[in-house]
Design a protein around this ligand. Structure first.
Ligand code: XCC
Length: 660
């Protein structure tokens, strides 16, 4: 029996077409090794397990035990659920449950950051300090706190009290509405979607989506928007700002990406997850001379620390720590056999990691009370004594290094690029240190060198070829003079493809190339992790406030995309961009039945109300042109479309002159 099961597994595993599964060479190499070793990954499971077609269209409801009820996505209005719920109610509720879960993840992360901040300010946490007092003052000023002539500790105490309202406030508006452009805020107020506190919004949306409560898809969508905005302009923004205050605001830094950052003769430690607290402490642990000595005593040349997923993206941006790969490479990285320990905290941690780690003898540790994995050792991380956890992981990694008993194969691939952009740095970079402003960015958009700005963000997903959609989309955008800003796993896809070097400017259209060459920047700017999408919101708000590009975020020639998304957090992010006024296009699949009233609301109706709108396609080139068409439409509305034709004509003429 067992033998035949084994055989079936091998046949299924072999059927995976690795070339179709990923464009990441290192991941492909490790998938081949995994198959030789008889190890299964999410790629294999996605290949053998078809996605449920009813669920994919969101045409089922399991909110009560009168069901689960299945409607027919091909004939969506033919039936209703047992309670009478229509397809629109069912889809809106399902969508809302994705938004609320994603928003909860980000806001809980932000709340943890705020917890640490409170304890640092009160002196109870001693291992972290306020590294960026200038940022502290700036954020405090933004939310109306007096800073002139005051002690840092006093400002920080007031800031904590103010930002706590982001979560706990039951009435009123969250603190960071002060950053929202007036006209955008007016639209929110008109439609009653300005968030109060995220706990309240999340609770209300959960309530409304309970059986027999909100059964009007438009009204559900309204609370979806309010909750998503409580994520983007609330929980996520607090997470980013507090991380900057505690650990430093990113500035451009050269860093290495991909599996080749592992070294066979070093102890290799990976941190994977989302909250920077664990990683920051690990950085101290691996740099502790006692730990380095212990590693050397065990026969290693030293210790390599690298990140994965979003905590990796954050450390890449902030400290130039190498990044070993994005979401779909987490299991395959362990297949190298070279990872001595992997510490994880929260979000995007596949349960499948446990099995792969066991196969290769990697020590896998969960560290956060919110995230245990059955069968995986838990070493709890406490902010008051962070080194206890991270030192212990290093010690265990050294022991594993000494006792390695699996063959090691590390893909040679690494790419070095420039990471660590922030909305503050975009200011300095384009405006110069002494006249920091967004004016040069706006000017270059108005004069047409830069056609518009696109945020390309989000996950990788084994239902599509890993990295392919991200890379093709971004190449097409920059070729058409669209400046791209990125976060999360998408940033890593493009970094591996080599687009994070100033030299990549040659892939850009002539207008964008000219700007990149003048400033010495890459055509693609990495802003960090997924909570750092809030940096993109702030950049949008700054562009509006700087002037010349309309009165609200919805007027800007910008668009967003998550072409390989998979998590509920991505849906929350997508919806807060839509709520903020941005056209946002998703790939892979969209949990909705087309040509229903709810579909029409998300893809058209919201825009008519003054918000942004959703878009969907799986094809990267089509996606790029949908975004470019939207950018051009906005340029026309702003009457700056002619300037672009002129500037491109000028450049063509100049090139002819140069060639003559
Ligand atoms: Fe997760 Fe944040 Fe998605 Fe990557 S991009 S797969 S959410 S790690 Ni955030």
């Amino acid at each position: 029996m067992e033998e035949s099961m084994e055989k079936t597994k091998t046949v299924e595993t072999k059927a995976l077409n690795i070339k179709e599964a990923t464009t990441c060479d290192a991941t492909a190499q490790m998938l081949r090794k995994a198959e030789r070793d008889g190890v299964e990954t999410a790629f294999h499971r996605a290949f053998t397990m078809k996605a449920c077609p009813i669920g994919a269209d969101s045409a089922c409801c399991k909110h009560c035990s009168m069901g689960p009820c299945r409607l027919n996505p091909k004939d969506p209005y033919a039936k209703v659920g047992v309670c009478g719920a229509t397809i629109d109610t069912i889809m809106a509720r399902n969508f809302a449950r994705m938004v609320v879960s994603g928003a909860a993840a980000h806001t809980d992360h932000g709340m943890s950051m705020l917890d640490v901040f409170r304890e640092v300010v009160s002196g109870k946490v001693k291992d972290y300090t306020i590294k960026d007092p200038l940022k502290l003052e700036e954020v405090a000023r933004n939310v109306g706190i007096e800073v002139e002539g005051r002690e840092i500790k006093d400002i920080a105490t007031d800031l904590y009290d103010e930002l706590e309202r982001t979560y706990t406030q039951v009435e009123g508006e969250i603190p960071f509405v002060t950053r929202v452009p007036d006209k955008t805020l007016e639209t929110w107020r008109k439609h009653g979607v300005v968030p109060r506190g995220s706990m309240r919004e999340i609770m209300e949306l959960m309530h409304r989506t309970h059986m027999g409560v909100d059964q009007d898809y438009e009204n559900i969508t309204k609370q979806c928007t309010r909750t998503a905005l409580a994520d983007g302009w609330g929980g996520s923004m607090v997470a980013t700002e507090i991380s900057d205050i505690l650990y430093g605001t990113p500035t451009p830094v050269r860093a290495e990406v991909d599996m080749g950052c592992l070294k066979e003769d070093h102890v290799n430690i990976i941190i994977h997850g989302h909250e920077p607290n664990l990683f920051e402490s690990m950085l101290d642990s691996v740099n502790d001379p006692a730990m380095i000595k212990a590693a050397k005593d065990a026969g290693a040349e030293g210790i390599v620390l690298a990140g994965m997923c979003c905590s990796g993206a954050e450390m890449l941006s902030r400290h130039g720590i190498p990044h070993a790969g994005n979401f779909m490479s987490t299991e395959t990285l362990l297949v190298t056999g070279a990872v001595d320990a992997m510490g994880v905290d929260v979000q995007c941690i596949k349960q499948g990691l446990a099995k792969v780690a066991e196969c290769y003898g990697t020590k896998l540790f969960t560290t956060n009370p919110r995230c245990h994995i059955e069968g995986v050792e838990h070493i709890e991380f406490h902010e008051h004594t962070p080194r206890e956890c991270t030192d212990s992981i290093v010690e265990r990694a050294i022991v594993r290094f000494k006792n390695r008993n699996v063959p090691i194969e590390i893909p040679k691939t690494t790419t070095t690029g420039v990471h660590g952009f922030s909305h503050e740095y975009v200011n300095y970079m384009l405006g110069g240190t002494f006249r920091a402003s967004y004016t040069p960015l706006n000017d270059n958009i108005i004069n047409g060198r830069i056609r518009g700005v696109a945020g390309v963000v989000g996950c990788t997903n084994p239902r599509v070829k890993q990295d392919y959609v991200h890379v093709e989309l971004v190449k097409e955008l920059i070729r058409n003079d669209v400046l791209v800003v990125q976060t999360g796993c998408s940033q890593i896809s493009l970094a591996k493809a080599g687009l994070y070097t100033p030299e990549a400017a040659h892939l850009a259209g002539s207008g964008l190339r000219e700007v990149c060459e003048t400033v010495g920047m890459p055509p693609v700017l990495g802003l960090g992790s997924c909570v750092d999408n809030s940096r993109i919101l702030i950049a949008c708000a700054e562009m509006v406030k700087t002037g010349g590009l309309g009165d609200s975020i919805a007027d800007l020639p910008v668009a967003g995309a998550a072409p390989e998304w998979m998590s509920e957090k991505a849906i929350s992010i997508g919806h807060y961009f839509v709520g903020s006024g941005v056209y946002t296009v998703f790939g892979v699949t969209f949990p909705i039945v087309e040509e229903t009233k709810f579909h029409k609301l998300l893809f058209e109706g919201l825009e008519e109300l003054g918000f942004g709108k959703w878009g969907f396609t799986v094809d990267p080139h089509e996606m790029a042109h949908m975004m470019i068409a939207h950018i051009d439409e906005k340029r026309r509305a702003l009457r700056i479309d002619k300037a672009r034709e002129r500037v491109l004509f000028d450049m063509a003429a100049r090139r002819e002159l140069d060639a003559a």
